[in-house]
Design a protein around this ligand. Structure first.
Ligand code: AOS
Ligand code: ZN
Ligand code: ZN
Length: 391
């Protein structure tokens, strides 16, 4: 089968796909060595949302923007949500930030000092208030908590403190809201990280209840980790809440998803398709968590969305019947060939066709470049903000 002859089901699945972009991708970012300022970066949360709306306008599949508090603090969140709606997008996950304050030197919710733990928990609860105002479903939690030296703090006591804060937050969220708990192997803590892996995140989620689910940030594993296994396992348990998509060559590089290892992205999307989890109703949230340190931000986001879309299209083209038959027959090479046939299909003509059917330009990158938006914001915006990373 050629990609352009794809079934109506495949086409419908691609049209229905939704990817969530992060507000912080549009601000200046960098490494601890240097932040390279770019012209036209947003000065306000509203301008970040406006840039995100451009990504949706050209791809048609990125209608949601994650916010980060306090980077996106505003007086009136309901008004911000209405502003987003006017631009054709909506506010998605609220990302809490308990890592950028002097008080958090020894941790936030796991800090040995009860005053600091209270302050961190208050921030998490404040984020739920914001979710109520924006209509957001998801509270995304990533804790930088951990220790640098053996003996620095009690590993088990820190788990107890973490569980206590998570339980208090879980009690506060509404029936339709969720806690998404993200893990990360290391950094900024270099000895113990309090939520270092999916098993730890999963165990805490199990204790909390069904509305606590795990976030897989693709950059947060040891090299060589089989991420699609984690995807398959969590899907099977109904505990995969979201992805933070990005690429890495070394550690948490936050490069464009699909840039370093498009085959891995395909393998992940194959597990998603296999579990019928692409549909919005599945509850799996496909977010990007990236920084564009040297490349332009909006095109960087458009490229990333297209990379996810291409991997998805390839995964949808896997001949499920042939794969199941080969697997049942123990045909190792045949089964592998079915998967590789799909991966090696050029899906770009199909995606161009689908965009044209939807009234979009078949080439989103070129259409954005022609639009003049980059030049317009470079003139109109002076003194853009740093995204928050890389300071
Ligand atoms: C940190 O490494 C994580 O990837 C988090 O998802 C973080 O919260 C996000 O990058 C923005 O704060
Ligand atoms: Zn992340
Ligand atoms: Zn990260």
């Amino acid at each position: 089968m050629t990609a352009t002859a794809a079934s109506p089901e495949v086409r419908a699945a691609l049209r229905g796909q939704q990817i969530e972009v992060p507000s912080w991708a549009y601000g200046n970012s960098g490494t601890r060595f240097k932040v390279f300022a770019q012209p036209g970066v947003p000065r306000t949360p509203e301008e970040k949302i406006a840039d995100a709306a451009q990504v949706h306008a050209y791809t048609g599949i990125a209608p949601i923007v994650s916010l980060h508090i306090p980077w996106d603090r505003v007086e009136d969140y309901a008004k911000l949500a209405a502003y987003a709606a006017d631009l054709g997008v909506r506010i998605g996950a609220i990302n809490a930030n308990v890592f950028q304050d002097d008080d958090y030197r020894l941790g936030s919710v796991t800090n040995p000092d009860p005053r600091i733990r209270r302050k961190a928990l208050d921030h998490l609860l404040e984020c739920v208030d914001i979710m109520d105002a924006t209509g957001s479903r998801d509270l995304k939690l990533w804790f930088s908590d951990g220790t640098n030296y053996p003996g620095q703090d009690d590993i088990r006591a820190r788990q107890d403190r973490l569980a206590e804060a998570l339980a208090a937050t879980y009690q506060r969220i509404g029936e339709h809201q969720r806690i998404l708990l993200e893990y990360k192997l290391f950094e900024p803590a270099f000895y113990v990280t309090d939520v270092p892996d999916w098993g730890t995140a999963y165990a805490h989620c199990l204790k909390l209840g069904e509305r606590a689910q795990v976030v897989i940030d693709t950059g947060h594993h040891a090299p060589g980790t089989n991420i699609e296994f984690i995807v398959a396992f969590l899907l099977r348990e109904g505990r995969l809440g979201a992805f933070d998509f990005n690429s890495r060559f070394y550690a948490d590089d936050d490069l464009m998803v699909g840039a370093a290892d498009p085959f891995q992205l395909f393998r992940i999307m194959h597990e998603i398709v296999r579990a019928d989890a692409l549909r919005v109703e599945s509850g799996v949230n496909f977010m990007l968590d990236q920084c564009h340190n040297i490349e332009p931000k909006i095109p960087g986001q458009i490229r990333s969305v297209l990379n996810v879309q291409e991997a998805t299209a390839k995964a949808l083209l896997v001949d499920a019947g042939a794969l199941a038959a080969a697997q049942a027959a123990g045909d190792v090479l045949g089964a592998n060939a079915v998967l590789m046939d799909a991966y090696n299909t050029d899906v770009r003509p199909l995606l161009r066709e689908i965009r044209a059917e939807q009234g979009l330009d078949p080439d989103p990158m070129a259409a954005y470049a022609r639009s003049g938006y980059a030049e317009k914001i470079a003139t109109a915006r002076v003194g853009g903000q740093q995204a928050g990373w890389g300071a």
